[in-house]
Design a protein around this ligand. Structure first.
Ligand SMILES: NC(=O)c1ccc[n+]([C@@H]2O[C@H](COP(=O)([O-])OP(=O)(O)OC[C@H]3O[C@@H](n4cnc5c(N)ncnc54)[C@H](OP(=O)(O)O)[C@@H]3O)[C@@H](O)[C@H]2O)c1
Length: 326
């Protein structure tokens, strides 16, 4: 397992981190279908055993459930990985309807609830989950500044922010970490956001490097059709025709490259993310211990230029097909 310093935080993070979204299970619009808590705990332990030293969760993942499971794993193992969580997506007790809210009062209440569920006194990295509503960004960021002063948060972070929104926060207090989407199928941050983060030494950990499982090589149209209704991927455009077929064509090429390198497609997809020098780490999701045991070694894979060029060719072909067919 490789470790890198995450921007200005000074934290040495494993370049593969564990994402605990799917571990939250069903129960709201962005759930991942039924999930066994025992599998979830085993997955977290397998991640720690593989040298992963941080876990990313959020209150909204399973409406508190993912944070509770992470909290249980921390207590049972007495391990002390870096813990990252978020604020800004809230729900009323007893309801599964989630809405965006970034008022200071809400951020402070969310932080207390996360600390309780995680069984922690301090959250290492605390993100604004989405920049919505836009007019409350400054209020939320100031609230996070006060949580840092109060010792409840170590570093303030944001997720899914544009360059302009990063600049607005940076005028109030520094943004330590950005959590954006980044995968072979989702490269929207390359032009503006990543150069800004490099310039300002903002640590970047990219999420969904496997595009929610698509780049593992284990997704087929039949499997997509049989996903349970409570799995949000049924409604994702990446998992629907005609984008799905273009994605799966890319995955066929990815499989060939992986076989030549004696690796799995998932490992190559993660290694591709880590090859970008502006990326500090990848947040890799898993719901079974075998999954993270398979993907964690991607941290040690270096892709030669010739392989990167072949992967770029696959990406360009896929992008052209998507542009032509959508
Ligand atoms: N800030 C944000 O807005 C945001 C948004 C998205 C994600 N995130 C963070 O990033 C993390 C990672 O993103 P992600 O969960 O979307 O996904 P990901 O890493 O792109 O995909 C993870 C999914 O792929 C499948 N998978 C993983 N390893 C596998 C293997 N070895 N073999 C076969 N299938 C495998 C599993 O689903 P199946 O087994 O069900 O196929 C797993 O849940 C999240 O957990 C979360 O912490 C943040």
């Amino acid at each position: 397992m490789q470790y890198r310093q995450l921007g200005v935080t000074g934290l040495e993070v494993s370049t593969v981190g564990l994402g605990a979204w799917a571990i939250g299970g069903p129960g709201y619009a962005f759930g991942w279908g039924p999930q066994d808590d025992k599998d979830s705990l085993e997955t977290i332990y397998a991640a720690l055993d593989a040298g992963i030293n941080w876990v990313d969760t959020a209150p909204v993942y399973g409406l508190g459930h993912s944070e509770e499971i992470v909290g249980r794993a921390l207590a049972e193992r007495r391990a002390e990985p870096i813990v990252s969580t978020k604020c800004g997506l809230v729900w009323e007790p007893g309801s599964s309807k989630v809405h965006n809210e970034l008022s200071a009062r809400s951020v402070e209440a969310e932080c207390e609830a996360s600390l309780r569920r995680l069984g922690l006194e301090t959250i290492d990295i605390y993100h604004i989950h989405w920049p919505i509503p836009d007019e409350q960004i400054e209020e939320a960021w100031e609230a996070i500044g006060r949580l840092i002063q109060a010792g409840k948060v170590r570093f303030g972070a944001v997720s899914n922010f544009s360059r302009d929104q990063l600049e607005r926060c940076g005028r109030i207090h520094p943004v330590s970490v950005l959590q954006p989407p980044y995968s072979m199928l989702e490269r929207g941050i390359e032009q503006e956001v990543l150069p800004y983060c490099v310039e300002h030494n903002i640590g970047v950990w990219g999420y969904s490097p496997l595009q929610n499982g698509l780049l593992t090589g284990k997704v087929t149209p039949e499997r997509v059709a049989s996903l349970p209704k409570s799995d949000w991927r049924q409604r994702s455009s990446q998992f629907r025709s005609p984008v799905l077929e273009a994605n799966l064509e890319l995955v066929e090429g990815l499989k060939e490259v992986a076989a030549e390198l004696n690796a799995s497609p998932a490992q190559i997809a993660i290694a591709w993310v880590l090859q970008n020098p502006a990326i500090g780490a990848a947040i890799v999701g898993a719901r079974k211990p075998q999954q993270i045991s398979e993907t964690a070694p991607a941290s040690d894979i270096e892709l030669p230029d010739e392989i990167m060029q072949r992967l770029s060719g696959l990406i360009e072909k896929r992008d052209r097909r998507v542009a032509a067919e959508t």
